[in-house]
Design a protein around this ligand. Sequence first.
Ligand code: KIV
Ligand code: NA
Length: 270
Amino acid sequence: MKSVTDFSRYHSEGQPISMVTCYDAWSARLIAETNVDAVLVGDSVAMVMHGHPSTVHATTDMMASHTAAVRRGIGDRFVTTDIPFPEHRKGLRGAMESVDTIMKAGANAVKIEGAQGHLDVIRHIVQSGVPVMGHLGLTPQSVNLMGGYRVQGREAAAAQQIELDALALQEAGVYALVLECVPAELAARVTESLSIPTIGIGSGPSCSGQILVLQDLLGMNLGFKPKFLRTYAEGSQNIMHALNSYNEDVKAGSFPSLEESFHYETTRKH
Ligand code: KIV
Ligand code: NA
């Protein structure tokens, strides 16, 4: 995908949308060679790449730095970047300063968690010419309020609030909506009620698209195996095996070989 209109086009054609997170130029260059539709510079970068205990620790500067790196590797593929906690709760000016920095770093769109209390901010950002992606259900920036990472919308009242918030976000102009860790039946109902696509993570098969954290789907996040995650590679095992092989070769003196070394020789240029 190269533009925000591709989201509605895929959706109207009934074509599922595949998204992964991307934090750096190295993985961006790999993703750019695949058929994955679009990437998210998620604020999960604060946990996955910086080792923080929650996404509360992400900052606008952190998001902008990773967005710029992703842009240098991803070509013209569509990039959405998370607005980190609590920039969208600082009023229009605070929110727009974060949006400004992130867009100038190379994002095509921003994602904002939640709806209640900042629908006006979302509407203002969209009216300013910046596509906004919504995010409901498990909203990790609110982990301290939710008391942990758990499925949201199991009770009728909570489910109804998510349905109402989804409609309000669509009305505010979001181009797509992430549904994180809600019951599959609720995700199906929300998807059915909207004209914009839903992008699910841990929210069942009825969403209009899916997103996973790259390191999770590659099996590189040691010991992290929630129910919703399917791992497509033995990332950790492969990497640790490679590193141990390298260590063995160095210790055994078998790396580097003479062929992997430079020599005084006039007929061959390294
Ligand atoms: O930060 C993130 O990685 C996300 C996705 C999981 C939706 O918000
Ligand atoms: Na996020």
